[in-house]
Write a protein that binds this ligand. Structure first.
Ligand code: OXD
Ligand code: MN
Length: 586
């Protein structure tokens, strides 16, 4: 099935371990997809949605115990435990292989083994990387077909001598007690068992494009990041590209597809990616970004014509919905969608909806859809050389502490700013929601090696760039004493993006604080926005007492990484602490 001996041998070995009934090499064609869809419609793992409103769209209901990434069951298996770092669960490679191979033995009896060659990144880009996922889930194949560039062309890429990441996946029996997602970065290998859910099963995404790629990026001098990429076009037609890292379910898809408010005539936002960016130093000393993915695997609840009209227009056809609710006329429905809750709703588990049993759509319910369908998809999104990044934005979900936006003083301070990001947890991962945790660069669940080494790697990158991006931090989620959001968010975030772009051009007023430059009250363009002055002051406030405590917590967090923490980060802690102390003493 392939002229690549290494690949052919591996597939043969895996087939003899897993003993499938048949082996199918995916070509990525429409005909193949139709056959898979038919199979899934027949066995009930897909339901056809109303073709009049949702042409070629399907609903999948996952096992109720398998609805999110399982961080506690996700491991990085390096020879040396220190290399995985305190930020990862670790298991010795031999033990992990033994465990996984025991689970894999005979696991595909009576099932088809699908072999999916895929490419992460645009065709013909020197930055793109190949992988091959072996899976027994037709649902995974159908999703991978949207999220990555799969099939014959990817296989040719591998056959022409390019290396590839190997990914093994079986849904097993979907038993939460027999579920593991293992990474072997030194072997460019992923082994996943027991889950059919997105990030655990679509191995091109988090497992390859973040965990394995971040490891490769460190050894090769680039960055693999949990970032959206967007282009901001001004009325004169100049486009500035920014990359922005936010933890899961904090609005990356909404920001990537933002529609500017009416007062911003002539401004446009172009979407390059909504979840992952691969960043490479370019020949001109700027940082260039590609989106390794080809589709969006977005969180459905909260998505509406008000919050994300571009996304809603993307979703009407050729989409797979997972764990959303179903209306009696066969349409997908979720909390926060425009249409009011209809009579006779079926919830995400296929039960007649009863509010006392929880929300109708699972809070981490998703859509999978091709980026090509997005009205704001950038013409540069498939550019082999990527787009030049002028600003990097870090963000978290903080109801207090962090101001709406601030700009780091320089690259080293920017790395500190990213490394100290904290955010309240969401439903994207199994576990308690709403807990503040440190999520450096929004990579806590995704960095495939020791965070201390990762920060050191970030530190080396800026000085290699003649024109490094400026670094910012934003927080759309600050609340008042009554728990109400201070900032309207969504399209209004354009005002913050504009300030960022102006700062990159050396314009826009700002005040220097110990944590960075915060907009002057006159610095943000508030035309057409009804916001009180005291609300704005509360949004932009940097309280030295609160930040003094925050710095304590950051210092404690860094201490968890021991002597490996870069000195440059500790110097930032000292500088900010001493500036805050002088403010408090004054
Ligand atoms: C995702 C996530 O699916 O971050 O993108 O959980
Ligand atoms: Mn994500």
């Amino acid at each position: 099935m392939t002229s690549n001996l290494e690949l052919a041998t591996w597939v043969e070995q895996m087939a003899s371990l897993m003993q499938p009934e048949a082996v199918h090499w995916c070509d990525g064609s429409e005909a193949e997809n139709q056959t898979l869809v038919e199979t899934m419609l027949k066995d009930g793992s897909l339901l056809k949605l109303n073709p009049e409103t949702h042409l070629n769209c399907y609903l999948h209901r996952s096992d109720p115990s398998d609805v999110a990434r399982v961080e506690h069951l996700t491991f990085v298996c390096t020879r040396n435990q220190e290399d995985a770092g305190p930020n990862n669960n670790w298991m010795a490679p031999e033990e992990a292989h033994r465990k996984m191979d025991a689970l894999y033995a005979g696991c595909m009896r009576g099932r088809v083994m699908y072999v999916i060659p895929y490419l992460m990144g645009p065709y013909d880009s020197p930055y793109s990387r190949a992988g091959v996922e072996i899976t027994d889930s037709p649902y995974v194949v159908a999703n991978m077909r949207i999220m990555a560039r799969i099939g014959t062309r990817a296989l040719r890429h591998i056959e022409s001598g390019n290396s590839f990441v190997r990914g093994l996946h079986s849904v097993g029996e979907l038993d939460p007690e027999r579920r593991f997602i293992m990474h072997f970065p030194e072997e460019l290998l992923i082994k996943s068992f027991g889950s059919g859910y997105g990030g655990n099963a679509l191995l091109g995404k988090k497992c390859h494009a973040l965990r394995i790629a971040s490891w490769q990026a460190r050894t090769e001098g680039w960055l693999a990041e949990h970032m959206l990429i967007l282009g901001l076009e001004d009325p004169a037609g100049n486009t500035t590209y920014v990359a922005a890292a936010f933890p899961s379910a904090c609005g990356k898809t909404n920001l990537a597809m933002l529609v500017p408010p009416a007062a911003f005539k002539g401004w446009k936002v172009w979407t390059v990616g909504d979840d992952i960016a691969w960043l490479h130093p370019g020949p001109d000393g700027r940082l260039y970004a590609i989106n390794p993915e080809a589709g969006f695997f977005g969180v459905a609840p909260g998505t509406s014509m008000k919050t994300n009209p571009n996304c809603m227009s993307t979703l009407g056809r050729n989409a797979i919905y997972t764990n959303v609710a179903l209306t009696p006329d066969g349409k997908p429905w979720w909390e926060g969608i425009d249409d009011p809750e209809p009579e006779g709703l079926t919830d995400w588990q296929g039960r007649s909806f009863d509010r006392s049993q929880g929300p109708a759509a699972h809070p981490n319910s998703r859509f999978t859809v091709s980026a090509q369908q997005c009205p704001s998809y950038s013409v540069e999104a498939n550019s082999p050389g990527g787009v030049p990044i002028s600003a990097i934005i870090f963000g978290g979900r903080r109801s207090s502490v962090a101001p709406l936006v601030y700009e780091a003083l320089d690259w080293a301070h920017g790395v500190f700013t990213g490394a100290s990001v904290a955010s309240e947890t969401t439903a994207a991962a199994v576990g308690q929601v709403g807990q503040v945790r440190r999520d450096p660069m929004a990579m806590k669940p995704f960095c495939g090696y020791n965070f201390a080494d990762y920060w050191a790697h970030w530190n080396t990158l800026g000085p290699r760039l003649a024109h490094p991006p400026k670094v910012f931090h934003v927080n759309w989620f600050r609340k008042d004493a009554e728990g109400r959001y201070l900032w309207p968010g969504f399209g209004e975030n354009m005002r913050v993006l504009k300030w960022i772009v102006e700062r990159c051009a050396g314009e826009a007023a700002a005040l220097r604080t110990p944590i960075g430059h915060v907009p002057d009250l006159s610095g943000l363009d508030l035309a057409g926005l009804d916001i009180r002055r005291n609300t704005l002051e509360a949004l932009l406030a940097v309280d030295p007492t609160v930040w003094h405590r925050e710095m304590e917590e950051i210092a404690q967090y860094f201490a968890e990484f021991g002597a490996r923490v870069p000195e440059a980060l500790l110097q930032q802690v000292e500088r900010i602490r001493s500036e805050l102390a002088s403010q408090l003493a004054a």
